[in-house]
Design a protein around this ligand. Structure first.
Ligand code: PMV
Length: 367
C-alpha cells in the first residue's frame, strides 16, 4: 500500500538538467535487523550508530528526456558498473510512485566509496542513502520552484522521505541518513519510531557515547557469502524466528536506561549478545551458514581476554560477515589502538583495519 504522506501530486516541471552531490555514511547496528515482511518492513526494531569515515559520495547528473521508462548509467570510481544496474532498477521501480520524476530524466549516477569495494564492508546502506538524498535534493528544488519554504517541517520531511526511500533500496540504509543513534522499526517505548523510516533516538544519551569509536577489523574481504535478501528470507520459516524478534525488541528496551546512565557493562552484554544472536540465526536456518571465520573467533577471544585483564570497555559487534567491529569509548582510544596493533592485526587480512567513529549522517557536497 503506498504511503500517501510521501506522494507529491504535482511537481513543477521547469527543472531541465543539473547535478546534485551527497555523501551518506555506513552504520553499525547495536540491535540487529534480520527478517523482513511486505515491502522492506522490519520484523523487529533495530538501532545503530551512524558512522563517520565509511561513506559513499554520489553525484547524480540529470537531463530531461522525452522517451518513457528509466534511463540511467552507474559509475563506481569513474568506471561504468553495469553489475550495479539491476539493483538500481529494482530500487527505481519500488520508489517511482513516490518520486515520479524518475521517468522524466536521463541519469548518470557516479559513486565513490571511502572504503575499498572489496573490504567486505557493505556499501548498500551508504550507497542507497546517498542516492536517496540526491533524489530528495531534486524533489526539493522542484518544490521550491513551487514556492515551498524549507522550514523545520520541510527539513524533517526531507530527512524522513530520504530515509523512507533509502529503506526501499536496502532496509538498513534508512538508518544512514541522520545520526548519531538511529532507530528503525516500531518500538512501544520509543516515541516516533516507525517501520517506514529511521528516526533519531529521541531520549537521553550519556556523554560516554559521544564520539564512540568503531574500529573495523577486516578479517575477510571477499564477496558476501549470503546475500541480505537470502538471509532475511531464511527468517520467514525459521524455527526460532518469533523468539528472536522478541529478543531484539527486549534488547532495545534494555538499552534505553543504558543510553541514559552510560552503564557500559550492560551495554557490552547486550551488544555482544545481539551480534552472536544474529549469527546464531544463520547457523540454525535451513540452509545454514557460518559467516564467522577462525580469525573472527580469535579476535573475539582476544577482546574478552583484554577486557578481563585491563578492565577496558571495548566490545565487539558483527554484521552478516566475518569482519569484527570493535566499539569503545573515546577515552580508551590510545590503549585500545595499541591493543589492536599488538594483538589483533595478525588476524586481519593483510593486517588491515579501518578507524571509524560515530557520525552525524548525510551531507550535501558542494555544487
Ligand atoms: O539492509 P540489509 O537488507 O542489507 O540488512 C542488513 C542487516 C544487518 O546488517 C545484518 C543488520 C543491521 O541491522 O544492519
Amino acid at each position: 500500500m503506498p504511503q500517501h504522506k510521501f506522494i507529491v501530486c504535482n511537481y513543477h516541471h521547469s527543472l531541465t538538467s543539473g547535478t546534485v552531490s551527497w555523501q551518506a555514511p555506513s552504520n553499525i547496528a547495536l540491535v540487529k535487523y534480520w527478517g523482513k515482511y511486505g515491502e522492506q518492513m522490519p520484523m523487529n526494531p533495530s538501532i545503530s550508530f551512524t558512522l563517520e569515515n565509511c561513506h559513499t559520495q554520489t553525484t547524480l547528473s540529470f537531463e530531461r528526456k522525452q522517451n518513457e521508462g528509466f534511463d540511467f548509467e552507474v559509475y563506481l570510481n569513474g568506471k561504468r558498473e553495469t553489475g550495479f544496474e539491476p539493483k538500481i532498477r529494482t530500487f527505481f521501480e519500488r520508489i517511482v510512485v513516490y518520486v515520479p520524476f524518475l521517468e522524466d530524466f536521463r541519469f548518470t549516477i557516479e559513486t565513490v566509496n571511502s572504503f575499498p569495494h572489496s573490504s567486505g564492508i557493505a556499501s548498500s546502506a551508504s550507497g542507497m542513502g546517498a542516492l536517496a538524498l540526491c533524489l530528495m535534493d531534486m524533489e526539493r528544488q522542484m518544490l521550491q520552484q513551487m514556492g515551498f519554504e524549507l522550514d523545520e517541517t520541510g527539513r524533517l520531511y526531507f530527512a524522513e522521505k530520504a530515509s523512507f526511500l533509502a529503506r526501499l533500496g536496502s532496509g538498513s540504509a534508512c538508518r544512514s541518513i541522520k545520526g548519531p543513534l538511529i532507530v528503525w522499526g516500531e518500538h512501544p517505548e520509543i516515541e516516533g519510531s516507525s517501520n517506514l523510516f529511521g528516526t533519531k533516538y529521541p531520549s537521553d544519551i550519556h556523554e560516554i557515547f559521544q564520539n564512540y569509536q568503531d574500529t573495523i577489523l577486516l578479517v575477510d574481504k571477499g564477496e558476501k557469502q549470503v546475500s541480505s535478501t537470502l538471509g532475511h528470507d531464511l527468517m520467514l520459516d525459521h524455527p526460532f524466528a518469533a523468539s528472536r524478534f522478541r529478543q531484539a525488541k527486549d534488547n532495545l528496551s534494555k538499552l534505553i536506561p543504558v543510553f541514559k546512565n552510560g552503564d557500559l557493562l550492560e551495554f557490552i552484554k547486550i551488544v555482544e549478545s545481539e551480534a552472536l544472536s544474529l549469527h546464531a540465526m544463520m547457523m540454525t536456518s535451513m540452509p545454514y551458514f557460518i559467516l564467522m571465520k577462525p580469525n573472527t573467533l580469535e579476535i573475539i577471544n582476544r577482546i574478552w581476554e583484554f577486557r578481563e585483564t585491563t578492565g577496558s570497555h571495548a566490545c565487539f559487534t558483527l554484521d552478516a560477515g566475518a569482519n569484527v567491529h570493535l566499539l569503545y569509548p573515546e577515552s580508551e582510544k590510545e590503549n585500545v589502538l595499541q591493543f589492536i596493533k599488538n594483538e589483533l592485526v595478525p588476524f586481519c587480512k593483510n593486517g588491515e583495519f579501518i578507524e571509524d567513529r560515530v557520525g552525524l549522517g548525510g551531507q550535501k557536497l558542494t555544487d
